[in-house]
Design a protein. Sequence first.
Length: 360
Amino acid sequence: MKTILTVLGTRPEIIKYSPLLPMLDRQFNHVLVHTGQHYDENMDRIFFRELGLGAPRFFLNVGSACQGLQTARMLERLEPILLKSRPHMVTVLGDTNSTLAGALVAAKLNIPVVHVEAGCRSFNRSMPEEKNRILVDHVSEVLFAPDKPALANLVREGIPSSKIHLVGNTGLDATRRIMNLAGRERLARFGVKPESYALATMHRAENTDDLHRFIGLLQAMNQVAQGIPVLFPVHPRTLVILKQHRFHFSAGVQAMRPLGNPDFIALLRYSLFVMSDSGGIQEEAAVVNRPCLILREDTEWVRLVKAGKNFLVGTQPENIVRMAKRLMISDEFRRKIRQRRAPLQFGASKRIINILSKFM
């Protein structure tokens, strides 16, 4: 069997890869490498177990560090594994430092790079994720675009159309797969009932590393919580900064540890709405048909905003609170959002496997 090696390192990557990894295991000699970019032993163990995934063959244990050092550790530890495994292709997904490191090491060793979720652009190059996306796309030999705007971005940047395949997004397949495990009975452990609460997440560097913006977003969360309870699973990056500055939440905000994915999807599925700076959650919210207030000034998932399913509210507290109040007050507004058709294309994982099988 031909060998394919996959590099991942964060929980969103585990989720988006979850429908694809078992297929790779069946079809190829598949080597899974976990860099440890985001790593919590309990959380990762839960994710792999709940999502029915085999354990990684290699774990690099790079941990948290500044951008350059973290990426350098990955490069140093990945190269011997690729030299030993001698894969015919290396797959990476998305826009993380693990994605970049896996692609760079493979490209330097003349191993074809497969980029899943290629072509996404926020057009904000101050974001490290945007730089990662662009660099990985331009060293990849096989690019799986999730939607037509992503495909157009790649063509516009001069990447040959023969390398690009429009397949949809594995994250959609993952969410639909996980919904079978995410029934409303899970709400009981959080003490909430359907549509009686909002959900919030925040982790991106442009929000957490800018103290003025960070405090403003937290204050907006506190204001929203005066009208509806807000459940807030706290990302490790965010938790560090919260502890440093001793920020206090109002009584309506329920801060909690990061959740396993079925628990999170259940909370998302039955929430009134979600507030988040996560790209993955923007799509997950569309799959479960819940409004998402995007806590960013730009987004790579523009199609969901244009379709009226998600709302790019930015980072100014007054704009966030205004839209949240509209969602809380107006049943008619929420009904119209639910009735709008989300431009979602399922089945990406099977398409990817079919295409890779032809290459191999």
